[in-house]
Design a protein around this ligand. Structure first.
Ligand SMILES: Cc1cc2nc3c(=O)[nH]c(=O)nc-3n(C[C@H](O)[C@H](O)[C@H](O)COP(=O)(O)OP(=O)(O)OC[C@H]3O[C@@H](n4cnc5c(N)ncnc54)[C@H](O)[C@@H]3O)c2cc1C
Length: 474
């Protein structure tokens, strides 16, 4: 089928005004926030493959008809909602159709008895959270991209928020959903507190990054919102490993502060105005109410970290972190332009591993990056999502872009180091941003002998391979 016929067919299904072909508007939809692309954009370069058009669907039935048409004509399709991907997840292959669900929006039901909320896939998380807060509830989900991300994308990437150590990630919050398969079939997974009815089918779509279906409706849990009953405190501690040991003990002893963060000295210098003594790491804790639980958690955290040599810095560093923690989401392109003007590229990359390995991965990555990249300005990181058996490290790096290599080449050199060191020690190469396109090459090693299962799922659910080519599957 020719491009003209595809556009005509889409307009007949979705309405002419919902099929966008203007080159600038289409390019805008494919702007991923991965660091080297932000640098390229500041350089006036746009290297992303061109999509044919954007289709802005406004309901499940239209999404179903659109997918059925695209599948019948084997047209590559890239789903998106908020567009805050940092992994090349919303970059199309040449000629693909961008399937935009941001108009399937709205809060369908706030179920106060059963403590859950149902929304369209295009519901912006920030709006949902603000509305719930006014009613005395919270989603418990607070990713840094809260001002940008929407519910469909959050489920599709297995997102996690800054309050995760208490509330969990999207896998703990998601109750049920509706999705449209590649051939247009609509499937619903009902809302129940738990089920023992075979494999949990929510997980086909959680983290699928649009490769197995298009999520149209999402139901997540809600919690009581008690900001006045919180306990919080910051500490300085001798080293990253001391901090990791202290957090491990907190988790193993059974305490669950909502926020558990450990920033290394490089990040303290970059982000916290050197609030600690030189060379020390920074711990930030916040325990959510009810007050008796928050106070008891706070007392235990205080005793444990002091046993590991930490010294209290009071509540101020936590308060100022809370105030500014999501600013970058609104200032991303501006910050990238400033960095570009200084000839530098900055970004982040997150991995996870068990307690016995995480400190070694952190040390190895920092040492290798410093050794292998002469143009590295700084690499550091933090742990921000902890579990009884391990934690994540969110690396942040800044390098000078030189004439010798493109920005992307040096960027991917650092990523390669992070991927290799994580895999070597049994960690996972992606804690929460997803695979996108930039991590796909490492997916076979990440999944090992279970990797063929992903292909079998893909062949069963999307036999024509129309959905998000190049992501997850090599
Ligand atoms: C400044 C900044 C901070 C961030 N902080 C965090 C953080 O704290 N925690 C975190 O987890 N992530 C974070 N991210 C990453 C990003 O915000 C998340 O991955 C988020 O879940 C993406 O949601 P979105 O609606 O923007 O999705 P999009 O960017 O639109 O899409 C993301 C992926 O999901 C797929 N997709 C989108 N919608 C659908 C759908 N309806 N059905 C099927 N597939 C779909 C896309 O194809 C793509 O692969 C951050 C990003 C930025 C830019």
């Amino acid at each position: 089928m020719s491009n003209t016929e595809i556009l005509k067919g889409l307009a007949a299904i979705a309405g002419e005004d919902r099929v966008i072909t203007n080159a600038d508007a289409v390019a805008e939809e494919t702007k991923d926030a991965i660091g080297f692309r932000r640098y390229e954009r500041a350089d006036g370069v746009f290297n992303v493959p061109k999509a044919l058009c954007v289709v802005k669907v406004d309901c499940t039935e239209t999404a179903s008809k659109v997918l059925s048409f695209l599948n019948a004509n084997k047209v590559k399709t890239t789903p998106r909602t908020g567009g805050s991907s940092v992994t090349q997840g919303i970059e199309p292959v040449e000629g693909a159709v961008m399937l935009d669900g941001s108009d399937i929006t709205g809060i369908y039901k706030i179920d106060e008895e059963n403590m859950q909320v149902t929304t369209g896939c295009g519901m912006p998380l920030q709006e949902l959270e603000d509305k719930l807060n006014k009613m005395g509830y919270t989603t418990g989900h607070s990713p840094q991209s809260m001002p940008l991300a929407q519910m469909g994308g959050l489920v599709a990437t297995r997102s996690i928020g800054q309050w995760s150590t208490l509330y969990g990630g999207m896998e703990d919050l998601l109750v049920g959903l509706e999705a449209v398969l590649a051939d247009g079939e609509i499937v619903r997974i009902k809302n129940v507190p738990r089920r023992s009815t075979g494999p949990d089918l929510r997980h086909l779509f959680l983290g699928c990054e649009g490769t197995l279906g298009f999520i149209t409706e999402v139901t997540i849990k809600i919690f009581k919102y008690k900001p006045d009953e919180r306990w919080m405190c910051a500490y300085q501690i001798g080293s990253m490993q001391d901090g990791l040991d202290a957090i491990r003990e907190i988790m193993v002893e059974g305490y669950r502060p909502a926020v558990v963060r450990l920033h290394d000295p490089a990040e303290v210098a970059m982000l916290f105005n050197a609030v600690t003594d030189e060379g020390k790491a920074l711990l930030l804790f916040l325990a959510d109410g009810p007050k008796p639980i928050a106070d008891a958690t706070g007392a235990a955290v205080d005793a444990i970290v002091k046993k590991h040599g930490a010294e209290s810095l009071g509540t101020k560093p936590v308060e100022s972190w809370i105030e500014t923690r999501n600013d970058i989401s609104n200032e991303l392109e501006e910050t990238s332009e400033q960095m570009h003007d200084m000839g530098t590229c900055v970004d982040t990359c997150e991995i996870s591993a068990s307690w016995s390995d995480i400190g070694k991965i952190y040390e190895a990555v920092c040492a290798r990056a410093a050794e292998e990249l002469e143009n590295l300005v700084v690499i550091g990181g933090h742990s921000s999502h902890s579990y009884i058996n391990g934690t994540n490290i969110y690396f942040q790096f800044l390098f000078q872009v030189t004439e010798e290599h493109t920005c992307q080449e040096d960027y991917m050199h650092i990523i390669r180091i992070i991927m290799e060191e994580s895999l070597k020690r049994g960690g996972s190469i992606a804690h929460h941003h997803g695979s996108g396109k930039y991590r796909t090459a490492w997916m076979p090693e990440e999944h090992g002998s279970s990797y063929p299962l992903l292909y079998k799922l893909k062949n069963a659910l999307d036999p024509n391979g129309i959905l998000n080519e190049g992501i997850l599957l090599v």
